[in-house]
Design a binder for this molecule. Sequence first.
Ligand code: CP
Length: 310
Amino acid sequence: MNWPHKDLIGIEELTSEEIYTILDMTKSFKEISKREIKKVPTLRGKTVVLLFYEPSTRTRLSFELAAKRLSADTTALSASGSSFAKGETIMDAAQNVMAMAPDCIVIRYPYAGLVKKLAETLPCSIINAGDGYHEHPTQALLDMYSMREQLGTLEGLHVAIVGDILHSRVARSNVYGLKKVGAHVTLVAPKTLLPPGVDTWGVNVATALDPIVPEADVIMMLRVQKERIHEQYFPDEREYSYFYGLNKKRVERMKPGAVIMHPGPMNRGVEITYDAADSARSIILNQVENGVAVRMTLLYLSLGGNVNVD
Ligand code: CP
């Protein structure tokens, strides 16, 4: 059976069965990265273009590694080194990239809407690597993969997502995905960092972290997105950290077996302390490792691979 989607714009458009297909297939793609020769010929002859109009370490590198491990050709362009700096529109840039016949464009863009428009306009596969506050679907998939790998199941898990929910595409994608697979989500933030209409998202919302800490199976800390914060959402970082930061004392109150996650990049000392980030409960680097395998799966499926779950 072929994967039914040309593009991946958001988790909102996937069914729970499709999410589980991706997670199940990722297990075999992860095995490739453990081999001495980390390369298979699966996507030989395919071309993947990475267009990053916002900074990225994990997403960009892992997409590039994922494509290379499947033998696809890759090339990357960022805003600063492109004609974007000379005033070319992203739509013109994308049409020009398309003229060079890529099979897939992976794109990160600072505003929502554009990635969907490109998917409707261009014949190649478009994968959203994060668009504004909208979605970061591959991050949520690697997060769900990591939770299931560590805790054995997603169904019935209590996942607390803590911090700057207002500006977080990671929170939005995880909420869509976790609800579909039967997990319970609690969003924890000061009122000023909760989006308008959050009460319609179908999740629990809390403004105090301490009561949630011993209840959650997963505590996912979010970065305070200083580059998107132009107003005073909280008095200062020290106060934010006191009420909403994950620190040693809070880690000691976590449920047995519960894990700490963070999509990165971390603001150590703001939303998470050094000892919490590096504690035995932290699976933050497992998330990064799994990011390569999840993206291998998505490139494979988006470029015409068969849905094949052993
Ligand atoms: N998690 C994440 O998107 O990290 P990067 O911004 O480094 O890609």
